[in-house]
Design a protein around this ligand. Sequence first.
Ligand code: UDP
Ligand code: MG
Length: 320
Amino acid sequence: MDPQKNLFLSIVIPIYNEEENIPVLWERLSRVMNEHFADPAKPWEVIFTDDGSRDRSLAMLIDIAQAEPRVRVVEFNRNYGQHSAIFGAFAEVRGDIIVTLDADLQNPPEEIPKLVAKVEEGYDVVGGWRQGRTDNDSFFRTMPSKIVNAVTRRTTGVKLHDYGCMLRAYSREVVKAMLLCKERSSFIPALANSFAKRITEVPVAHAERAAGESKYGVWKLINLQFDLLTSFSLLPLQMLSVFGVITAALGFLLFLGLGAYRFLHPEGTAQGVFTLFAILFFFVGCQFIAFGLLGEYIGRIYQEVRDRPRYMVKKVHEKE
Ligand code: UDP
Ligand code: MG
């Protein structure tokens, strides 16, 4: 195969300790690929990233790659997390359409053709929207993802239903743009949307994890949520200023109120403590405004440091 030539489709799968799932995953995936993408004019590839698995996953993947030349395995030296694993594979992809999915069979490979068809229609990003998530995903797993979805909708301004679903398809341009981002922590679905012109969602089936346990504990989820919040908005920093303004204003109002009370009831008992509170609130508010201002600068520094591409030129049109 000519390494310079673009392929039609790349499938990207991050793997972390998934030895129980790999055989079924590969069986179902290869069946889908051979059935739906058999056209030799539309070559495909599958890239697995082994994200530092400590079980037999890597050996199994290498076996698959030995038997099927269209499969490649990117081996990480240790565990870096799902999103880094996907990036590791992105750096290798040659397809014009890139599809990511989880290895635990929660994302049925049978849905891939649906997503690919949407990208062929001209969408840059196609998200899967999981139907019927009433499964045994525990409360601690679904509740955070609801929050993730809500926050992401807010911060990115793109109203999708399901940001957590990693069964997604991207055009090559979007993946290229994501690879140019220098930041360390990133949340791929949100990052992709910030580089896409046409975004859509298709309903996809959703199953329970076939085997093994979710690799996300509460701590990893909290981390992911912070990644999301801090990489896509300066909202937390700006909240500081808002809080400061409100506190200072309330302090000032209390001060005015006390003054008025004094005038109306000159015989009233001493309110020195309340006056002190009023003054204190006012100054606490001012301090928060100052924090907020500092935060504003830090936020800007952070944005610069991330060094995301400001824009991506798709093509320069001119007369040939
Ligand atoms: N994964 C990974 N590195 C990690 C954690 C997870 O590559 O540190 C992979 C994992 O093997 C799976 C996918 O990311 O293919 C999703 O993980 P998981 O099913 O545990 O997440 P959940 O479905 O609970 O969100
Ligand atoms: Mg899963």
